[in-house]
Write a protein of this length. Structure first.
Length: 135
């Protein structure tokens, strides 16, 4: 593994460690000042959309407050090539307002430069999440 791949891997590890501990300030510290941040999906899902600033990214993570859980969270694969990392994962969360749960298989594409996340693209099953929010 190259030094760049090692640095990318360490940043992604730190992201998941901080997120898993609920340390959102620690998560936010990993992001660059400007980020290509996208979560495509249904407008009924509160965290979808494009963002670029730390304030907007902070609001993204705050939007998870409408959920219960996770009942399950698992990273199943990771591919690192240079400054890019793709993480495949799955999780189960519930929606507080409806009591419905969703199983989400997703991929995260990170771009890392100088130890900071500069790209965060999430590809998830927004239909399943939409159904849980509108049940």
């Amino acid at each position: 593994m190259t030094a760049t791949q090692t640095a990318t891997n360490e940043t992604v590890d730190a992201f998941f460690a901080n997120f898993g501990e609920g340390n959102i300030p620690g998560v936010l510290d990993l992001f660059a000042e400007k980020v290509d941040f996208r979560v495509t999906g249904s407008p009924d899902v509160p965290w979808t959309g494009a963002r670029s600033t730390k304030q907007e990214i902070s609001e993204f993570f705050a939007s998870f407050g409408v959920l219960t859980g996770p009942d399950h969270f698992e990273v199943t694969n990771r591919i690192v090539q240079g400054e890019d990392a793709v993480v495949i994962a799955n999780c189960v969360f519930g929606v507080q307002a409806t009591g419905s749960k969703f199983h989400n298989h997703y991929a995260l594409h990170f771009g890392v430069a100088d130890g900071k996340i500069v790209r965060y693209h999430m590809y998830e099953d927004s239909y399943a999440i939409h159904a849980a929010f509108t049940a």
